[in-house]
Design a binder for this molecule. Structure first.
Ligand SMILES: *[C@@H]1O[C@H](CO)[C@@H](O)[C@H](O)[C@H]1NC(C)=O
Ligand SMILES: *[C@@H]1O[C@H](CO)[C@@H](O)[C@H](O)[C@H]1NC(C)=O
Ligand SMILES: *[C@@H]1O[C@H](CO)[C@@H](O)[C@H](O)[C@H]1NC(C)=O
Ligand SMILES: *[C@@H]1O[C@H](CO)[C@@H](O)[C@H](O)[C@H]1NC(C)=O
Ligand SMILES: *[C@@H]1O[C@H](CO)[C@@H](O)[C@H](O)[C@H]1NC(C)=O
Ligand SMILES: *[C@@H]1O[C@H](CO)[C@@H](O)[C@H](O)[C@H]1NC(C)=O
Ligand SMILES: *[C@@H]1O[C@H](CO)[C@@H](O)[C@H](O)[C@H]1NC(C)=O
Length: 793
């Protein structure tokens, strides 16, 4: 369909105008003389798309229409691929001034339409025929067949000559009776006189020494045959005249291969029979000359330029390389990207008969390949070390340009600017292709980044959607490319050190840190979270320092014994997009403390209590016990006892206050009083209150599956009764499920000794043996004012 359009443009319109001629600027057109025809080429860009020709001679101005050009020996071709219109005129064309069949002068008007304004340019050219004419010359033009034969007809009388120009009524003469008889296959058709033949589109002419016959293709008197497998159109006319006692017969035959050409692996193949006329034998084909770039060259020279000439099975087969000089290509979008090639083949075959009389047969053929799939390609030229994607798009034909690229869906339209970080650089090659190099840095916002756990590297992904535009139609075509690169960016690794009071994590910032999230459990680490949990965070441009004090949220305690315990804290590094945990920094430190309490998530209270603190001497830690007197310490030394028991056992009480569940027990221990007055006194009983508090919301499993499993560790407290007052609390007492009644009485007593000033939130823990009891209380007050949950002293 496209081809029909291109070649259909040869149909030209005509508007007759008063002759007013301008000069065509040099360079916009060229006129050349060839072996038997004249060529004028004009740039369409100069003339505009609407353009036509007129032939001019002394008798008038003759518009060259499609029909007229075939009858009179003119050929107009539009070469859209070069942007030119070409006019070829046979030396024997109707309005050529012919001097002795040697010097031919052409006068043309070229009429162009500039924005509705007609402009006429007059062109003239004189050509000299340098070669001697062969006895018979046949031309198979794109639009007509022409035969000229050497005429032995002496032409003394004016009347006879007049008869040839019978279309001119003034010159009509009845003195002679030239008739023409056409032959079709074996059939002889009814003879007609020349003026009738002319009306039917057959033109006969008599020049100085030659008789010329011309006809368009597909006329009623021609026949289409197949000769040696090649379609051929043959026109065979016999001219005869009786003049006085002489009877003259001239046989005129033109036989033209109508082969349309076929495309085969890079070659356009065209065929013609190896004989001039299927009806006439005795001629041998001696030579094939091929027009390369407009000039005929002999077979060996043509073969050097890549043409292949083969004679077999009674035909000559010409193979034209797809990139032959004088060929044109065009890209096309139709389903996918395609291209086709157009060749203007000019071919000459020379035949001789046994008397060595020459016949030259010339072909002008415009051949087009079918739509051929066209491939552009992309290569991944990424060098990971450059941290930049480099994608090369190559083999882009010259009539295709890159008009936009879409990078992961972000569109950039030509002309491409360097400002946005990515660049597009165009490269041109001598083989009329060009390419584009696209560079996109890995850290460009358009690049998709994903951490790949199995590769232990950062995966950068770039999907490119190229918009290629075929010119001049501006038809878009999309080419996709996808590149991926792994860069050995690993998730950050924290340095962690133990301190006396906690763990210190340190992270040096790197340029890729925007790729991760740092979190504690499920919480994203932010300055707000740090403040809320009592972490001390310092974040500057160089590094992030996170100090996690002991007993703050997130710790896990193990190996609790009188000597101390281990505390473990974990920081998670997560993928920013998927929240997948990529790595973690886990640090376990050994801590020592003379007194502490740990409330585990699985419902265990573990206490190390210093029983010497209340009274400096005389206590017996090993003999201490809980509310349930059968619950004794797991371990003890001279001053301290270690208890570890399920929260709701050993006589613990449970209270619900303000959405918090508090498990409470007491440590009883005997104390001997040594006084000067009494040698020995009865041992008195002292006690410590121990508490674990859990937010009620975190204990949902307790109410669904009756299993203690807190979301977070509880907050523990050790309260010394010596500081308590008798003030009572507004509390609800919940009986522990497994506890027995004797505890209830003592619970009530225990409640009575709370001191409200530091009750609500503070964690009461003795971490440092050197710290004084009172200073701890001060710290706790401050913490409770800022509504903090656990506070460390
Ligand atoms: C041919 O054209 C030239 C200029 O291009 C002009 O000088 C000359 O007169 C023309 N000849 C004829 C016969 O029109
Ligand atoms: C040609 O033949 C036609 C019809 O046969 C006739 O009318 C016409 O006059 C003839 N012309 C000449 C020039 O003989
Ligand atoms: C973009 O940068 C490249 C090299 O970095 C340069 O060759 C090209 O001319 C620049 N293009 C524009 C439009 O500035
Ligand atoms: C054109 O030339 C370039 C550079 O030499 C080459 O990479 C490319 O393959 C060539 N393309 C074609 C279609 O020949
Ligand atoms: C490529 O871009 C064009 C135009 O934006 C769009 O129509 C087409 O769907 C895109 N192709 C793909 C595979 O995304
Ligand atoms: C592209 O090139 C990079 C770097 O050489 C390589 O890692 C990657 O696997 C290549 N392939 C694709 C499809 O991106
Ligand atoms: C630390 O500061 C950097 C900027 O300097 C910021 O990108 C990063 O998110 C901060 N980290 C935290 C945990 O707030």
């Amino acid at each position: 369909m496209a081809l029909v359009f291109w070649f259909g443009m040869a149909l030209l319109l005509f508007v007759l105008l008063p002759a007013k001629s301008d000069d065509i600027p040099a360079g916009a057109h060229s006129t050349e003389c060839h072996d038997c025809y004249f060529v004028m080429a004009v740039d369409v860009s100069f003339t505009g798309e609407e353009l036509h020709f007129e032939a001019v001679d002394e008798t008038g101005v003759y518009p060259i229409t499609q029909k007229y050009s075939a009858e009179c020996g003119y050929t107009v071709s539009v070469l859209p691929l070069t942007g030119q219109v070409e006019l070829r005129a046979s030396y024997f064309s109707c309005h050529t001034d012919n001097k002795d069949d040697e010097v031919f002068t052409f006068n043309f008007n070229l009429i162009s339409n500039h924005e509705g304004k007609e402009v006429t340019y007059a062109v003239n050219k004189t050509c000299t025929h340098s070669l001697p004419w062969s006895p018979r010359e046949v031309t198979c033009e794109n639009n007509y067949m022409e035969v000229s034969v050497r005429s032995e007809v002496a032409c003394p009388s004016g009347e006879m000559s007049d008869d040839w120009h019978a279309e001119n009524p003034n010159k009509a003469s009845a003195a002679s009776d030239w008739q023409v008889m056409f032959h079709r296959a074996d059939e002889q058709l009814k003879p007609m006189n020349l003026s009738v033949a002319r009306k039917q589109g057959y033109l006969f002419d008599l020049t100085d020494r030659r008789i010329v016959f011309r006809t368009a293709y597909g006329q009623p008197h021609s026949s289409s045959l197949e000769v040696n497998g090649v379609p051929v159109e043959v026109i065979h006319a016999t001219l005869f005249s009786r003049q006085s006692w002489v009877f003259i017969i001239v046989d005129l035959v033109a036989s033209c291969s109508m082969h349309e050409g076929s495309y085969d692996s890079g070659y356009m193949v065209w065929e013609t029979p190896d004989l001039l006329n299927p009806l006439v034998s005795g001629l041998t084909n001696t030579q094939v000359n091929i027009g390369v770039g407009g000039e005929l060259v002999q077979q060996p020279a043509a073969e050097e330029s890549g043409f292949i000439v083969e004679k077999h099975d009674g035909k000559v087969e010409i193979s034209i390389p797809y990139n032959a000089e004088g060929g044109y290509r065009k890209s096309f979008v139709s389903g996918g990207l395609h291209e086709f090639y157009v060749f203007n083949l000019y071919l000459e075959q020379i035949f001789v008969n046994k008397d060595l009389e020459e016949t030259r047969l010339r072909f002008h053929r415009t051949l087009a390949t079918p739509m051929l799939p066209l491939q552009v390609f992309t290569v991944n030229q990424t060098v990971v070390e450059e941290h930049t994607f480099t994608v090369y798009l190559g083999d882009v034909p010259e009539d295709i340009e890159l008009s936009a690229v879409e990078l992961n869906g972000h569109k950039c339209i030509a002309p491409f600017k360097n400002t946005s970080g990515h660049t597009v650089i165009e490269v041109f090659y001598p083989n009329n292709t060009h390419g584009y190099t696209l560079k996109v840095p890995f850290d460009d916002p358009v690049v998709i980044k994903k951490f790949s756990k199995e590769d232990e590297a950062m995966k950068h992904i770039l999907e490119v959607n190229y918009t290629l535009t075929v010119l001049p139609e501006n038809e878009p075509f999309f080419h996709l490319a996808s590149v991926m690169a792994l860069s050995d960016i690993t998730p950050p690794e924290f340095d962690a050190v133990c301190s006396e009071s906690g763990i210190i994590f340190k992270l040096d910032h790197r340029p890729f840190d925007y790729l991760w999230h740092i979190s504690i459990g499920s919480d994203l680490l932010t300055p707000e979270l740090a403040t809320q949990h009592g972490y001390i965070m310092t974040n500057d441009s160089q590094s992030l320092l996170l100090e996690v004090p002991l007993f703050t949220h997130g710790y896990e305690y193990k190996d609790i014994c009188l000597k101390g315990f281990t505390g473990t804290f974990e920081i998670l590094v997560k993928d920013r997009e998927t929240s997948e945990v990529l790595s973690s920094a886990v640090k376990t430190c050994q801590f020592t403390a003379s007194e502490f309490i740990v409330c585990s998530t699985d419902g265990k209270m573990t206490v190390v209590a210093d029983l010497s603190l209340a009274s400096p001497s005389g206590e017996i830690p090993a003999r201490s016990n809980l509310l349930n007197m059968y619950c004794g310490p797991k371990d003890a030394d001279d001053t301290r006892a270690l208890f570890s028991f399920p929260l709701n056992s050993c006589g613990s009480t449970v209270k619900l206050v303000k959405e918090r569940v508090t498990y409470q027990n007491e440590i009883f221990y005997s104390k001997r009083h040594f006084s000067e007055s009494k040698a020995a006194s009865e041992p008195t009983t002292e006690r410590l209150i121990v508490q674990c508090m859990y937010p009620l919301a975190g204990l949902h499993r307790l109410f669904s599956v009756y299993k203690f499993e807190a979301d977070t560790a509880g907050v523990g407290k050790i309260i010394r009764t010596s500081q308590s007052t008798a003030e009572s609390q507004q509390t609800t007492t919940v009986k522990p499920t497994t506890e027995t009644t004797p505890a209830a009485k003592r619970t009530t007593r225990a409640l009575a000794v709370f001191k409200p000033a530091f009750h609500p939130t503070a964690l009461y823990i003795r971490v440092y043996p050197f710290q004084k009891h009172l200073s701890m209380i001060k710290g706790l007050k401050g913490a409770s004012q800022t509504k903090l949950n656990p506070a460390q002293i």
